[in-house]
Design a protein around this ligand. Structure first.
Ligand code: NAD
Length: 365
């Protein structure tokens, strides 16, 4: 089959890790007989330098006409001036908005070969394999009113947490759909003990669960979830949370794996390729890390987060499950063989750079 993929490498280590991800995608093409037509475009600081804006219209147009977008990372000290009109990070926010993606998926897996790279005790990490689903477009970060003002008795500030039942339902369905294809266990995170929006969240979760009798639904208060993620992370299969709790818990969960460089993510508008109105939706795939200015240009960044983002792209946007599994197994195999980039080399092993890591993973595919 033939697919169109937009690659927006961005800044810093973005281009270094996406080059390896594309290498692996091409290896998948050769092994399984697919053609990936890759188009590249500028985003972030690189786009500001060339076009004066972090997301040029042509970049957005390209994203909209492809089957999926592979993204690197944007930002860096060069564009950090707080007074600057254009900021690289606005590029990623604008793409998410333009594509209408509302769910952020972050799988967290602890590889047996890397169990000693994590700050958590190896015994606690055995069998950790979860996916955190974060609502991306609503809740506390976006609801209005949101403002600061001064009164006679001092300064005030307000943020608002508002969700509609439709917003809650669609993110929960992403969680249930994912759980159905995994270990069939969904943890829905809220603060229903103190928050009205959370009580609505829980109510909707129970209603939606009627459509998924094969999935076990568990409610967990956010504070308890933060504790259990460290205490007993293997308990979790799929975790679904609102924008704020999801933001915090997904970062917490990422620590389990030992390095930022290892983890992929996807931002999707549901798990079906076509939306209810029959319109095609385009999803965005990117490693969770940023541009790592401290190591950019040295050829030592870990490309695995970007490579595993390709696996997610194959699985969720192209429905190429066998191909996605082949990429994931290659990563696992290469780690088991002892190949290590610097960030995961605390236990020794065969130290390799970005490009060599890409080569050995592509070779194994
Ligand atoms: P970062 O993720 O870039 O780096 C944090 C630490 O992790 C650094 O020590 C870095 O060297 C290390 N690291 C990150 N990716 C790695 C990899 N692939 N291999 C090995 N080590 C890796 O976060 P930061 O330093 O807070 O941010 C740097 C820049 O990236 C900022 O401009 C920030 O705004 C931007 N950023 C962009 C995104 C995005 O594009 N989605 C996300 C986060 C941060």
């Amino acid at each position: 089959m033939r697919f169109r993929i937009a690659v927006l490498a961005g800044d810093g280590v973005g281009p270094e890790v996406t080059a390896e991800a594309v290498k692996v995608m091409e290896a998948v093409g050769r092994r399984f007989g697919h053609a990936f037509d890759v188009s590249t475009a500028k985003v972030g600081g690189a786009a500001i330098d060339e076009f004066g804006t972090p997301l040029p219209d042509e970049t957005m147009a390209l994203c909209q006409e492809t089957d999926a977008v592979l993204f690197g990372a944007v930002g860096g000290p060069k564009w950090d001036d707080p007074k600057a009109k254009a900021r690289p990070e606005d590029g990623i926010l604008a793409i998410r908005k333009g594509l209408g993606v509302f769910a952020n998926l972050r799988p967290v897996k602890v590889y047996a070969a890397l169990i000693n790279s994590s700050p958590i005790k190896p015994k606690v990490l055995e069998g950790v394999d979860m996916i955190v689903v974060r609502e991306l477009t609503g809740g506390l970060y976006f609801s209005r009113p949101k403002r600061r003002w001064t009164t006679a008795r001092g300064r005030r500030g307000v943020d608002t947490l508002r969700y509609t039942e439709q917003e809650i339902e669609r993110i929960l369905r992403v969680g249930f759909d994912l759980a159905r294809g995994r270990r069939k266990h969904l943890t829905s995170v809220d603060k229903a003990n103190v928050m009205e929006s959370s009580r609505l969240w829980r109510e909707v979760a129970v209603e939606v669960s009627a459509d998924y009798p094969d999935v076990e639904l568990e409610h967990m208060l956010a504070d308890n979830a933060a504790m259990q993620l460290i205490r007993n992370p293997a308990h979790f299969d799929v975790v679904v949370a609102d924008n704020t709790f999801g933001d915090i818990l997904s970062d917490e969960a990422s620590v389990l794996s030992g390095s930022m460089g290892m983890l992929p993510s996807a931002s999707v508008a549901g798990l079906k390729t076509a939306s209810k109105r029959g319109r095609r939706s385009v999803s965005l795939y990117e490693p969770i890390h940023g541009t790592a200015p401290d190591i950019a240009g040295k050829g030592i960044a870990n490309p695995i987060g970007a490579i595993l983002s390709v696996a997610m792209l194959l699985r969720h946007s192209l429905q190429l499950v066998e191909e996605a599994t082949a990429v994931e197994e290659s990563v696992e195999g290469v780690l088991a063989e002892g190949y290590r980039t610097a960030d995961i080399a605390s236990d020794g092993g065969d130290l390799v750079g970005t490009s060599r890591m890409g080569d050995v993973i592509a070779g194994r595919v």
